[in-house]
Design a protein. Structure first.
Length: 65
């Protein structure tokens, strides 16, 4: 049970950092993406919090591909 708690905490922290990153760099992202600033809906937030290891693996795979 203790590990499950930390699993959710790590997911929450990673999602928080993603939100902060998008909010901080929204102007630069909008200039790249035709004026659209990406926003997370609640499904995406919950999905990322619950399945964050797969999200990290996808990001790492994208960096080296």
């Amino acid at each position: 049970m203790y590990y499950l708690f930390w699993y959710f905490i790590i997911g929450l922290v990673l999602m928080f950092l993603a939100e902060v990153f998008i909010h901080t760099y929204s102007n630069q992202i909008a200039s790249i993406d035709n004026g659209e600033v990406p926003k997370f809906d609640w499904f995406t937030r919950i999905f990322t919090i619950l399945l964050w290891p797969f999200q990290i693996a996808y990001i790492i795979y994208g960096l080296f591909d």
